[in-house]
Design a protein around this ligand. Structure first.
Ligand SMILES: [Zn+2]
Length: 405
């Protein structure tokens, strides 16, 4: 059966977690086109085990975490400033991850982090309060609000062209930090997780540096934003180059001259979302949302942006896996829930329509529900979805109750 976006034609689920081989690896968002040229998806080996589960086994048995922590301490010793100037940069929103990163770097490793925030297009109240309490707990912060009219237009285009309403935010979040590091002459940037924690290529387990293809570009002619060529955005949509540059990373040769190191703290320290959450609550006064996030069962992960819930709904449409799949897979690997419990959670919550903020988002994007549903239907790959009496059903699910299972 035909598949879109280079997705593997045959849907295979991992035998240990809830993920399938349809789970996309992160690609550089500024190369993201409608057909997802060059996209790669989660590998499941001949024994039926996915790369993310394999990675998790490696982490449990093969990684000497004491040694890795020593490496982190040595790295900090090399970069720590003597006079209190910023010596590292922590990008984030004030959610559990960035709180953990900044707090442990400051208090355990004696660093002087500057925090930087690319704010959500649509803050939730809880997200904004957490952001404030993060800064109020003892950190300097630079937040950058890019031209709202342009952000909104790009978010609309990315929804129409890529069914990806969250792209504008992801672009800024990835690309803003190195530019600020450069401005302030900071040589060290700490992100949180490594990509391989979520099933990224296994090569990342053996190095702490993040691949520069994610945070540099070499040729503006190769750039797409919202699925539209850079030159077309200028010509057809009258967006200025200056406004577009906000969403782009640093130019490769400039980045190399700066000698900035982009690191993942998850390479040095064991990264378990639940542990990070407890740390953030106990030591930094982080507050979860008092209600469950739609599409999943949790209350504390990625709760700052109203568009985030819709983002995971779009992954459900495009890849057949929603937020409960992502969340449960992670928790199964960390032995917090069993595979059976994970499957039950997927059955209950995956693909739940996120109506809490939906009308507000549509108003922001200048769309209505019918427009959005029409776009969704254009992105349902025939090998994943079957239409029966005007409703859509997955052909294959982890619970083996799809129409073709
Ligand atoms: Zn797996």
């Amino acid at each position: 059966m035909e598949s879109y976006f280079n997705l593997p034609n045959k849907v295979v689920f991992c035998s240990k977690c809830t993920l399938s081989n349809q789970r996309p690896h992160s690609i550089s968002e500024f190369k993201h086109t409608k057909n997802r040229e060059g996209a790669v998806y989660l590998k499941i080996n001949n024994n039926g085990v996915c790369d993310a589960c394999k990675m998790s086994e490696i982490k449990k048995s093969n990684i000497d975490w004491d040694k890795r922590e020593k490496e982190l301490a040595e790295l900090c010793d090399r970069y720590r400033s003597k006079n209190g100037d910023y010596d590292c940069l922590v990008p984030g929103s004030g959610g559990k991850d960035s709180r953990f990163q900044s707090h442990i770097l400051k208090n355990k490793y004696g660093m002087n982090p500057l925090t930087v925030t690319w704010p959500p297009l649509m803050y939730t109240d809880y997200g904004y309060k957490n952001f404030r309490s993060w800064v109020d707990n003892g950190f300097d912060n630079i937040s950058y609000y890019s031209n709202g009219e342009v952000s909104r237009l790009l978010a609309k285009l990315s929804t129409k062209n890529l069914l990806h309403p969250f792209q504008t935010f992801i672009l800024g979040q990835y690309n803003f930090a190195p530019k600020i590091a450069h401005k302030y002459n900071i040589k060290l940037i700490f992100y949180g997780e490594t990509h391989s924690d979520y099933g990224g290529p296994l090569v990342e387990t053996s190095k702490s540096l993040r691949d520069k293809s994610f945070h540099t570009y070499s040729n503006l002619n190769d750039i797409y934003i919202a699925g539209v060529k850079f030159s077309e955005l200028k010509e057809n949509y009258k967006i200025t180059e200056k406004d577009l540059m906000n969403f782009l990373p640093m130019e490769e040769s400039l980045f190399e001259k700066t000698n900035i190191k982009v690191m993942a703290l998850g390479y040095y320290l064991r990264w378990e979302p639940q542990e990070i959450y407890y740390y953030a609550v106990e030591k930094t006064n982080f507050k979860p949302r008092p209600f469950r996030t739609q599409g999943t069962y949790g209350k504390y992960a990625s709760i700052d942006d109203k568009i985030d819930d819709l983002h995971y709904y779009t992954t459900f449409i495009k890849y057949g896996i929603g937020r409960a799949t992502y969340d449960s897979a992670h928790e199964i690997r960390n032995n917090h829930i069993s595979l059976e419990e994970g499957k039950a959670l997927v059955k209950k919550y995956d693909g739940e329509f996120p109506d809490r903020y939906f009308d507000e988002i549509m108003e922001f994007l200048d769309m209505n529900k019918e427009d959005f549903e029409k776009i969704c239907n254009e992105f349902r790959s025939p090998h994943l979805w079957k239409k029966k009496s005007n409703s859509w059903f997955l052909r294959h699910t982890v619970n083996k109750d799809g129409t073709d299972d």
